[in-house]
Design a binder for this molecule. Structure first.
Ligand code: CS2
Length: 490
């Protein structure tokens, strides 16, 4: 039996559930790209607002391609459990904020209609870094992307999130409505400005007057989003079913920590958000600290731990050489930050390590290793560039980058093959084809302008450091490199 409105009363009384009348909820939010992260982060925060009695903020969510989430949620009337896990503690809460899930290619007109409806005030996005169709190094539109190319020609059936936003804003303008506030919730640097630039570039191609209207009236706040949400496994679903008495295939598992820092720049109404949401004038310092400390360490742990054959983040950190490496990477990255006054970096680092150590999350190294080409620029390459400008060492940050280069071979230190999951895999493999030693491989990767900015391409020190680390990784393996990092950096 599945979780649904009809079976909700079978669920044990200690499981939290919507305290509001779901039939009375209106749709104030459209979300593009519903995955586990949205369900454990923004949807839970809009659910808090609904629980507090403001029923304007229900969510209609869309997948731009896959049917999976719709097929999980539709039979459950949109209900799902958010399981918060830490040590022996587990709190289950059923979230009711998602009213409907649409598959964009199946129902483009319906999705556009709800985006253009007068009640819709906010469009949120979790489409991952690659979904923006922007060059990771420069932020320019990737015009030869197959889907974006279609949207550049016609927006009758949009193919991309940018296409949906531009088409829906055009409908709102034609109807005499104001725009919605579009909020990127992805780990991109200056995510709001990048989204805005992408939307304006596409709008200009279709209708310069529309672009001018969006520029004047629209709002694209910057945000920093933070919550670790590992992919759900079939064991998680089975364990939860034993606890709930009904099966929930749309469940998400996450940690207690949650944070959403939003630039307070909305062009229409916004909800009175509850716990976990901070409205501020300047997001960039938060975002930079989070991307370089949390996500930078995550990528380092993913590649080096994954190459060593370690499955989960907390297991990687069970090794002293990996812990020392993460501390060192943070020592390097933190000098490149201008943290907000309220952010105590030492305390933040301690809290991050404790979050990574959470043994209940089972966060897979291979999950974080995905899409490295989209993640490296903001997580590792930007702090390396800043350190080089300051004449400072770059050992730990470069070891993480060398780990990513080694990852492209698709084999771990024990020779186990895996699939390299990255939108630029073809470009990277073409660059690496025929590169038959560590020096040639580093040189090949440094030439990939979509990922590596010119200033790093030209740095002899960065090149030499990468060659040294890649050689260690290829000849002695990731654990040896981690152990060595401490000595080299002193
Ligand atoms: C992770 C992030 O998969 C990844 O790349 O680094 O998803 C990370 O868990 C979140 O950004 C935490 O807020």
């Amino acid at each position: 039996m599945r979780l649904s409105l009809a079976t909700l009363d079978r669920v044990p009384g200690d499981v939290l559930r919507p305290a509001y009348d779901r039939d009375a909820v209106r749709t104030g939010v459209v979300h593009l790209g519903i995955g586990a992260f949205h369900r454990a982060h923004q949807a839970a925060m809009f659910d808090d607002v609904l629980n507090a009695g403001d029923l304007r903020w229900g969510i209609v969510a869309a997948s731009l391609r896959s049917r999976t989430v719709r097929d999980q949620m539709a039979p459950q009337d949109g209900l799902y459990t958010m399981l918060v896990r830490d040590g022996a503690e587990q709190t289950a809460r059923i979230i009711g904020a998602v009213q409907r899930v649409l598959i964009a290619p199946e129902a483009p007109a319906e999705l556009l209609a709800v985006m253009a409806a007068p009640d819709t005030q906010i469009v949120t996005l979790t489409i991952t870094e690659k979904g923006y169709k922007l060059d990771p190094a420069t932020g320019a539109l990737i015009e030869d992307d197959a889907q974006l190319a279609e949207d550049l020609v016609s927006l009758d059936r949009p193919q991309t999130a940018l296409g949906y936003i531009v088409a829906a804003l055009a409908m709102r303008r034609a109807a005499g409505l104001g725009p919605f506030t579009a909020i990127s919730c992805d780990n991109l640097p200056h995510n709001g400005s990048r989204l805005r630039a992408g939307v304006l570039a596409l709008a200009r191609r279709h209708d310069p007057a529309l672009a001018a209207w969006i520029e004047a009236e629209g709002a694209f706040p910057e945000t920093m989003v933070d919550r670790i949400v590992p992919a759900t496994t079939s064991d998680d679903i089975a364990d939860l079913a034993a606890r709930l008495g009904v099966e929930d295939r749309a469940m998400v598992k996450t940690e207690p920590f949650t944070q959403w820092v939003i630039e307070d720049r909305f062009c229409g109404p916004r909800p009175a958000f509850g716990a976990g949401v901070q409205l501020t004038a300047a997001v960039a310092p938060w975002e930079e600290a989070k991307l370089r400390l949390l996500n930078g360490a995550h990528s380092g742990i993913a590649y080096l731990g994954g190459l060593a054959g370690v499955a989960h983040v907390h297991e990687v950190l069970g090794r002293p050489e990996a812990r020392a490496f993460v501390e060192q990477l943070w020592d390097e990255a933190q000098t490149t930050l201008s943290p907000p006054p309220e952010l105590d970096i030492a305390a933040y680092r301690r809290a991050l390590m404790a979050r990574f150590d959470n043994p209940m999350l089972m966060h897979r190294t291979h999950q974080i290793a995905m899409d490295g080409s989209q993640k490296l620029p903001q997580r590792l390459l930007a702090p390396i560039a800043a350190r080089l400008r300051g004449g400072q060492g770059i050992e730990a940050l470069s070891l993480a980058v060398a780990g990513w280069i080694r990852w492209q071979a698709g084999r771990d230190d024990a020779g186990q093959a895996f699939v390299v999951d990255d939108p630029l895999t073809a470009m990277l493999s073409a660059a690496l084809a025929g590169a038959d030693d560590a020096t040639a491989r580093v040189d090949a990767v440094l030439q990939v302008g979509a990922i590596v900015p010119p200033v790093l391409r030209k740095s002899a020190l960065f090149r030499a450091t990468l060659i040294r680390w890649l050689t260690v990784l290829e000849t002695r393996g990731a654990l040896a490199a981690l152990a060595l990092c401490k000595d080299v950096s002193r």
